[in-house]
Design a protein around this ligand. Structure first.
Ligand code: MN
Length: 306
């Protein structure tokens, strides 16, 4: 059975103000298997703090996955070699922290800057040149990932957030260049819905390269409340023998750096308090588990639950 997790940002307005002990206790209580955490924070905690966090995760039976969105100062495809070196140092530090909490998945825009877009339209030649810079840095980092038992997952995101990997097909070609058993693809249903011709086919295209999977509706509500082809995607995940995690990454609250970074300009939560978001998360979890197990009807439950 695929473990199901929740991204740390669901309840929060800012990426760096999460109280992880209460969050992990809540996720376990709600029935989640995994807490996805901010690598930019966890990679810089000291060993005592990491031991404390691991003890909490273990006590609650939770796995930890690391999420990353490289800031511009760490862009592995930057034209400035100092920025690329900075990125390699930063991600190396994060990768080396992961075994300390038993984390084996690094995922996100991990191969270039998140929202570090070209300032002018680029040609395919220019895109290849940027890809070459990314591949060179990634090859160094994959050695560190291999040494630390980490699957290094590269997230395919929509055109407004990155320019190198917008489709599963592009990601497979990238994986082939990386040529490491620890290089994997992260597909995210929100991004797939924008860029892929066929979301279900994209899962089959990623095939054995798929290492992580993010779930959210087309507008980033919790899975099961919208219109994406969940039953068909679940079947495709089974068909490719995907045994990894499904981590929800919904964003429904306005405000703060989170709201800014995910371009949320309206309140999708309906003014929900934390307790209501807890209920929504739990309902989505039950629904997604049912879809993956083929037990429940897959029709959207939004009309009856909200
Ligand atoms: Mn994602």
């Amino acid at each position: 059975m695929n473990p199901i997790g929740m991204h740390y940002g669901f309840w929060s307005h800012n990426w760096d103000e999460i109280a992880y002990i209460p969050l992990m206790e809540k996720l376990a209580w709600l029935g989640f298997d995994i807490c996805e955490v901010a690598s930019a924070e966890w990679g810089y905690y000291d060993d005592a703090r990491l031991r404390e966090l691991k003890a909490c995760a273990d006590h609650n039976g939770l796995g930890i996955t690391y999420s990353i969105g490289l800031e511009a100062k760490y862009d592995l495809a930057s034209d400035d070699p100092a920025v690329r070196e900075n990125g390699i140092r930063h991600v190396t530090r994060i990768l080396e922290s992961m075994p300390k909490v038993g984390a084996a998945i690094l995922n996100g825009v991990s191969y270039a800057g998140w929202q570090s877009m070209p300032t002018w339209g680029i040609t395919m030649d220019e895109k290849r040149r940027k890809e070459d810079l990314s591949v060179a840095g990634m090859k160094q980092l994959l050695k560190v990932a291999e040494d630390n038992g980490v699957l290094y997952c590269c997230e395919v995101v929509n055109r407004f957030e990155q320019y190198l990997l917008n489709t599963a097909e592009e990601a497979v070609a990238f994986m082939q260049r990386l040529d490491s058993p620890n290089a994997k693809i992260l597909l995210d249903t929100f991004h797939m819905n924008i860029e892929e011709d066929d979301m279900v086919e994209a899962i089959r295209t990623a095939g054995p390269y798929l290492g992580h999977f993010h779930t959210g509706e087309n507008n980033r509500r919790t899975p099961g409340t919208g219109k994406l082809p969940w039953k068909e995607m679940a079947q495709a995940l089974k068909d490719i023998h995907y045994e990894g995690a499904l981590v929800m990454e919904p964003f429904v609250r306005m405000g703060g750096q989170v709201g800014r970074d995910v371009s949320l300009w309206r309140d999708l939560s309906g003014g929900a308090d934390d307790a209501k978001l807890d209920q929504d998360a739990a309902a989505s979890l039950r629904w997604l588990r049912g879809v993956m197990e083929g037990l429940l009807r897959y029709k959207s439950f939004r009309a009856t639950s909200l």
